[in-house]
Structures are given as C-alpha cells and as structure tokens.
Design a protein around this ligand. Structure first.
Ligand code: SF4
Length: 407
C-alpha cells in the first residue's frame, strides 16, 4: 500500500513537478490521501495482474501486457503494487464493525473528486510508485451517484490519461446493472464484499443492507457479464470473519456457493478487528490465524479438489477450525495408518500433509524408475518431510508420533 510518507517524499522531492504539465503542478492533499487510504486497511487486494487486451495505440501507458515499464505480466495471482484508497469515507449504511458507518464516530468526512483521484493515481504511476489502482468507497448519498463518480475517475484514467494499468473496482451494494456493465468495460477486476455467510448474519451487522438484493443479486449481474467475456480477471469477494459470530463451516458453505453458483475467481478473508468508535468496538477481535486457516481450506478446495464431504472433516463439532493445518486434521480422519509412497495412489499421496500436487506427481514418476526407501529422496523432490513423516512408512520405517495420531 502506498503510505503517506512515500507520497510526501515524492511531493517534497519535486518528483511530481518534472514537467510543466498541469497534472504535476497541482498540490496533493496528503491528509486526504492518508485518511482515505487508511479506510481500506481491512480490504484485501491480492490481485491478479491484467489480461486486458492490448490495443495498438501509441501513448498508452501502464500496460501490463507489454514489457519495459516497471511491471511484468503475472497470470498466477501475484500482487501488483496498487494505489489503494476509498473514494469517500462517508456512508449511508450502518454496518456495526465499520468506521464509515452512520453509527460510528470516525474521522471527518473526506472525498475525492473524479479528476483529483485520476490525477493522483497517474502522478503516483509516473513516479514509479504504483502499478495500478484499487478503488473502494463508502456509499455517500446513494450508490448511483457514488458509482457515477467512481466510474468517471476510472474513465479519466483510461481516456484522458491513457492509463492501461491494472484497476480493481469495488462495486457498491445495490449498484444498478447498467453501472456494473459500464464499470466492467473499464476495469480489470470487480468485487463486491459479501461480508457475511447468510442473510441472518448480515442482519445482525447492518439493518440497511439487503443480503439478497444488494449483494447476491448484484453478484449475479456480474457473473452474467463476466460470462459474456467483459472482464479479464473476473469477480472476487471478501468475508469479515467472525463479526457476527458465524462459524467457519458456515463461511465454507457460503464459499462453495460463491464458487459454484456465482463463478467467483477468488474469495478473501479478513478477520474481524474491533475498531474504536464503532458499535462493535468492545467485541473481541478475531485471531489472524482464523483467517489463515480459512485460506488453507479454500486452497484445499480449489487446488487439491477435496470434495465437500472430505472438507467437512476439517471442522470441529461446533463448526470451527482448530489452529492447525486443516489438511492434517483431514488426514487423521481419512487414513487408517501410514501409507507407502511406493504403492499409494496419486489421490492418497495428495492427502498426505507435506505433499503437494507437484510432489505427488513427482513421486508417481520417480518410483517408476527406483523404489523410494529414504527420506532424502522425498526431500529432493519437494516433500516437506517433517509434515509428511507421521503419515508415511518407508522401507519398514515409520514415525513414532504415529501413536499420538491413532489414539
Ligand atoms: S457499506 Fe461498506 S463503507 Fe458503508 S458502512 Fe457498510 S462496510 Fe462500511
């Protein structure tokens, strides 16, 4: 994230004044940049770099498909450096965990104008500080007016400043189909935060947001537009974990719906953090490990393709994850005893903690040429032996901690 310090240094160092061009001569309101940047602190922005089609046009800048500027094309989901900000911190909704809520006594109201936001973004880009923009916002007044302004800022970037870099735009709850469509023609990725796993959980957090209409219906609009190939990087969403007392299993169940029905590309988790001045300021913040364990569950589902029945083994009887690798918990349920890597099926190998898709594939290949009898052979092909040893037997050897697992 761009810090106020970084921007101040650039401004003081005159890096914004390299030319007599109008955009460099206008001062930047650093306090505003700071407050609106802080407002996105809990918004996750792990973004896939752009697959935006290159249009032959000299003078276009920030195009991540071409080389020679300051970034590379990364289709594997790596983070690019983004100017991450709210458009405004004013909001008509009353989400009880949010400092922008009507019920919070947060910082003073701040807003950009479309021109101001586009100008700052392009200044930062040209100063080599960011590669793109992550734009979120409160809903000041109504969502139509807000989306108009956010879209105008993006249009200025694309059309006036010829910016072809990565843009991730948050769609506000309740945004119209036509605004979503227009936004998707301009940006690389959109997301709409679902926040909670169900209508009743959302109701506990906000009396002004309608789960079905403001969130799910808008995700459907996005899904249908993505399917018509209007968006290079698809849609994502984010949960605020534990704000409404929901269990991890409830989040997981919603997660499956979001992947299977809404065709989401990725889902993100932000552990609830009690912020001073909000209605929930006295509630207990959720530990960061909860967020991390949910990412592991997501990984097992998306990458390892564990099915729902198997995934359910990761949760305790109250529906929560323990603070340990969920793959380990699942393995203790699915294996009756340690497996021999020389005879285990590819599916069995994938279920051994410490063996990933690549190392499972390599084991299957290597054992065709020579038997696997020593731990070092596994280490060499990328197996994390310390994790795997409890579940493996090699040439008569098996780990002593096995007893603990079988008890
Ligand atoms: S809609 Fe978003 S910005 Fe507004 S109060 Fe809720 S979480 Fe905060």
């Amino acid at each position: 994230m761009v810090t106020l310090d970084k921007i101040a240094k650039l401004a003081v160092g005159g890096q914004f004044e390299k030319t007599s061009s109008d955009i460099y001569s206008k001062p930047i309101d650093l306090k505003k940049v700071d407050i609106l940047g802080q407002g996105t602190k809990h918004d996750t922005c792990a973004s896939t770099a752009s697959k935006r089609k290159v249009q032959e046009s000299p003078g276009r800048i920030g195009d991540v498909m071409s080389s020679g500027i300051c970034h590379a094309f990364a289709p594997d989901g790596r983070c690019v450096s983004l100017f991450k900000t709210l458009y405004t911190n004013a909001c008509q909704h009353n989400c009880s965990y949010c400092p922008n809520s009507t019920k919070s006594s947060g910082a003073g109201i701040m807003s950009y104008t479309p021109e101001e936001l586009a100008r700052i973004t392009i200044q930062l880009y040209r100063a080599n500080t960011v590669e793109g923009l992550f734009l979120s916002s409160g809903v000041a007044g109504d969502e139509t007016k807000m989306m108009d302004q956010m879209i105008e800022a993006v249009e200025l970037l694309r059309n006036k400043y010829n910016f072809m870099g990565y843009i991730h735009l948050k769609i506000l709850p309740g945004t119209s189909h036509s605004h979503i469509k227009h936004a998707m023609e301009l940006v690389d990725r959109v997301s709409l935060n679902i926040e909670s796993p169900s209508k009743s959980h959302m109701h506990e957090l906000s009396s002004t947001k309608d789960y079905q209409n403001d969130i799910l219906q808008r995700q459907k609009y996005i899904r249908d537009l993505v399917n018509k190939d209007r968006l290079p990087a698809g849609q994502t969403t984010q949960f605020v974990v534990g704000a409404a007392g929901e269990s991890d299993r409830e989040i997981f169940t919603r997660m499956l719906y979001e992947y299977n029905v809404m065709d989401l590309k990725r889902q993100y988790f932000s552990a609830f953090h009690a912020v001073g001045g909000t209605e929930l300021e006295k509630n207990k913040s959720q530990p960061r490990w909860r967020e991390n364990r949910l990412y592991q569950v997501d990984w097992l589902h998306r990458i390892y393709k564990f099915d729902r029945k198997e995934m359910n083994l990761a949760f305790n009887e109250d529906g929560f994850l323990e603070n340990r690798d969920p793959k380990w918990t699942i393995a203790t349920h699915v294996f009756d005893g340690p497996v021999d890597p020389n005879t285990a099926s590819h599916e069995e190998l994938l279920r051994v903690p410490g063996i990933g898709p690549k190392s499972a594939y390599r084991i299957v290949n290597i054992r065709k040429k020579e038997p696997i009898v020593r731990k070092v052979q596994l280490k060499r092909i990328g197996v994390r032996v310390n994790h795997a040893r409890t579940f493996l037997k090699l040439n008569g050897w098996q780990d002593t901690t096995l007893k603990g697992w079988l008890q």
